[in-house]
Design a protein around this ligand. Structure first.
Ligand code: ADP
Ligand code: MG
Ligand code: MG
Length: 251
């Protein structure tokens, strides 16, 4: 399970503390949602879990299966099963989707001491997952995300998640830009990956995503801390009354 204990994070370049003692536990087999106002640190949490540059952990722990992730490089985290779906997927001109997927998968397998997949085995795996997600294999011959619509980018990202089979999935789906089709793609992908040995953290500004992904728990992040935790009904309440009641004390 994922155990975040009293996590404190500041920006590397600025003396600005963003997470101010955040604690959170996501057991395997569960899907938890994090909701919170703009600027509350939701994306910061996702980035810190994935090990992105630009942030400094100044206190607390991020334990994944008992091991402190904060000590590990991003590729080592990936090998431990951590996957972050970015809010704004990157375009990679000149690299075909299939090549990218294969490189990502083989890099994770190598770190785990597993053999690379042969071309036929890899193609079989991808064809199967792509079919599940309604992805045309032709799309995977194009450079990663270049000229993709919002929905296509989401599909490509969910495919990456399905191929890598991570055990800790963090999805930052904040802000606008996700139309209803893209929301459904994300939701179907997440729901298909629900499993007893996988923990999932879905970060969202809007309640509507949670109509499709029914979370086991909802946490409210505001002012750098979890201010409340509840069941799926908490998301509905937030949609109605907003975040005003959950601002907490930290300035
Ligand atoms: P959320 O995803 O909840 O909207 P973020 O984690 O993106 O919040 O941002 C939290 C706070 O940190 C905001 O005040 C934001 O402006 C600030 N912030 C985040 N990243 C940076 C950065 N790279 N440089 C400056 N400020 C940043
Ligand atoms: Mg934001
Ligand atoms: Mg964000």
């Amino acid at each position: 399970m994922l155990e975040i204990k009293n996590l404190q994070v500041k920006l590397e370049d600025e003396d600005k503390e963003i997470l101010k003692g955040l604690s959170l536990t996501v057991p395997k087999g569960e899907v938890h949602a994090i909701m919170g106002p703009n600027g509350s640190g939701k994306s910061t949490l996702a980035h810190v879990l994935a090990g992105r540059d630009g942030y400094e952990v100044t206190g607390g722990e991020i334990l994944w299966n008992g091991e402190d992730l904060a000590e590990l490089e991003p590729d080592e985290r990936a090998a431990k099963g951590v996957f972050l779906a970015f809010q704004y997927p990157m375009e990679i001109p000149g690299v075909a989707g299939l090549t990218f997927l294969r490189t990502a998968l083989n890099s994770v397998r190598k770190k785990r001491g597993e053999a690379e997949l042969s071309t036929p085995d890899f193609m079989k795996l991808v064809r199967g997952k792509a079919a599940d997600l309604n992805i045309d294999m032709e799309m995977l011959k194009r450079p990663v995300n270049v000229g993709f619509s919002g929905g296509e980018k989401k599909r490509a990202e969910i495919l990456q998640m399905a191929v890598l089979e991570p055990t800790l999935c963090v999805l930052d789906e904040t802000d606008s830009g996700l139309d209803i089709d893209a929301l459904k793609i994300v939701a179907d992908g997440v729901n298909a990956l629900r499993s007893p040995d996988r923990a999932m953290l879905v970060i969202t500004h809007y309640q509507r995503l949670l109509n499709y992904i029914v979370p086991d728990k909802v946490h409210v992040l505001s002012n750098g801390q979890i201010q409340a935790t509840g069941g799926k009904e908490l998301a509905l309440e937030l949609e109605k009354s907003g975040y005003a009641a959950y601002q907490g004390k930290a300035a």
